[in-house]
Write a protein that binds this ligand. Structure first.
Ligand SMILES: NC(=O)c1ccc[n+]([C@@H]2O[C@H](COP(=O)([O-])OP(=O)(O)OC[C@H]3O[C@@H](n4cnc5c(N)ncnc54)[C@H](OP(=O)(O)O)[C@@H]3O)[C@@H](O)[C@H]2O)c1
Length: 295
C-alpha cells in the first residue's frame, strides 16, 4: 500500500501532489481526473474547448484550464498557469488528449496525416518538454503517455492513428532512457478497447476527411462505419475507463513504475502474438480479425 505522501494526499507539511491531464472533456481523461482528485491529488484537468473547461469547473475542478495540444500558445500558457499555481512543483503529466483518424493509408492526404500528428504526437512532445525543467529541478516526476494497443500492432484503416501511436512509443522509449537517473519516470499505458467518445469522434473525422466515393476501399468502409456506429462495446474485451485509471495510479505511485502497462485482454493477446509470431503470420491473423470486424 502506498504511503499518503506517495498517494498525493495532503499530509502535515506536504501539499498534495499535482497532476496535469489533457483531454478531460470525456472518456479516459475525465475518468482519470475524477479518480485522482478523489485520491487526494491536485488535478489540473484541461480541455481544449472553453465550454468543457466551464463544465469541469462546475464539476468541482477548481484548477480546470484550457489546453489545446495543437496550439503552442495554448500549451505554453497552460504550463505557466499550472506552474505558477503549484509553486513550480508539478509531479506528473498525463498526456491523454487525442483522436483517431480512420481511413485507408492511400486515402489520407498529407494535411490530414499531419493534423493527426499535430494532435497525437507533436503537441504531446511540446507539452512534455515544457514541464520537464520543473520536474528536473524537483528531482522527481512522472510522464504518463496514453498510448494504445495500436502503438505496436498495425490494423487496416487505422494507419494515421497507428503511426501516431507507434511514433509516441518510440519517442517515449528514447525519453525514458534519456531520463534515467533524473528521478523522472516515463510510462506508456496501452489500452485496448475502452468505453468513451473515441468512436463517435473518430466517425466525425472520417466524414470530415475521407473521400469515400473515390476510394478503392468504399465497400470496406461500409463495414467499418457499422462498427463505429454501434452503441455500447463494439469490440470484444471492451472495458470502462476505470481500467486505465488503475494503471495510471500504479504509474504515479509505484516506486519503480513500469515502462508499459497493457490494458484489456486484446492488448495482452497482441503482446504475446507479437513476440511469438513472424510478421507474415501476424499479418494473416490481423487480416482475419479485420475481415470479421469490418463485415
Ligand atoms: N477508447 C479507446 O478504445 C482507446 C484505446 C486506446 C487508447 N486510447 C487513447 O485514450 C486517449 C483518450 O481517448 P478516449 O478513449 O477517452 O476518447 P474521447 O472520449 O474521444 O476523449 C478524447 C479527449 O481528447 C481530447 N482532445 C482531442 N483533440 C485534442 C487537442 N487538440 N487538444 C487537447 N485535447 C484534445 C478530446 O477533446 P474534445 O472533446 O474537445 O474533442 C477529449 O477530451 C487517447 O489518447 C486515445 O488515443 C483510447
Amino acid at each position: 500500500m502506498a504511503s499518503d505522501k506517495v498517494r498525493g494526499m495532503n499530509t502535515q507539511n506536504n501539499p498534495p501532489r499535482s497532476v496535469l491531464i489533457t483531454g478531460c472533456s470525456s472518456g479516459i481523461g475525465r475518468c482519470v481526473a475524477e479518480g485522482l482528485k478523489a485520491r487526494g491529488y491536485r488535478v489540473f484537468a484541461s480541455a481544449r474547448k472553453v465550454e468543457d473547461v466551464e463544465a469541469l469547473r462546475e464539476a468541482g475542478f477548481d484548477d480546470a484550464l484550457q489546453l489545446d495540444v495543437r496550439d503552442s500558445d495554448s500549451i505554453q500558457t497552460a504550463v505557466r498557469t499550472v506552474l505558477d499555481a503549484c509553486d513550480g512543483r508539478l509531479y506528473a503529466l498525463f498526456n491523454n488528449g487525442a483522436y483517431g483518424q480512420p481511413g485507408a493509408v492511400e486515402d489520407l492526404t498529407r494535411a490530414v496525416l499531419r493534423e493527426q500528428f499535430e494532435t497525437n504526437l507533436f503537441g504531446w512532445h511540446e507539452l512534455t518538454c515544457a514541464v520537464l525543467p520543473a520536474m528536473r529541478a524537483a528531482g522527481e516526476g512522472r510522464i504518463i503517455q496514453d498510448s494504445s494497443v495500436l502503438g505496436f500492432i498495425g490494423l487496416p484503416l487505422r494507419g494515421a492513428y497507428n503511426s501516431s501511436k507507434y511514433a509516441l512509443e518510440g519517442l517515449s522509449d528514447t525519453l525514458r532512457v534519456e531520463l534515467h537517473g533524473s528521478g523522472i519516470h516515463v510510462s506508456l499505458i496501452q489500452p485496448g478497447p475502452i468505453l468513451s467518445r473515441f468512436r463517435a469522434n473518430a466517425m466525425r473525422k472520417f466524414h470530415d476527411n475521407i473521400d469515400v466515393a473515390k476510394s478503392p476501399f468504399r465497400a470496406t468502409y461500409e463495414g467499418m462505419l457499422a462498427r463505429l456506429n454501434k452503441v455500447g462495446p463494439a469490440a470484444p474485451g471492451t472495458l470502462p475507463p476505470e481500467a486505465v485509471l488503475a494503471k495510471v495510479i500504479d504509474a504515479l505511485e509505484s516506486a519503480n513504475p513500469k515502462p508499459r502497462y497493457p490494458v484489456t485482454w486484446p492488448t495482452w493477446m497482441f503482446v504475446v502474438l507479437k513476440r511469438v509470431l513472424t510478421t507474415r503470420a501476424l499479418d494473416r491473423f490481423v487480416r482475419k480479425i479485420s475481415k470479421d470486424e469490418n463485415q
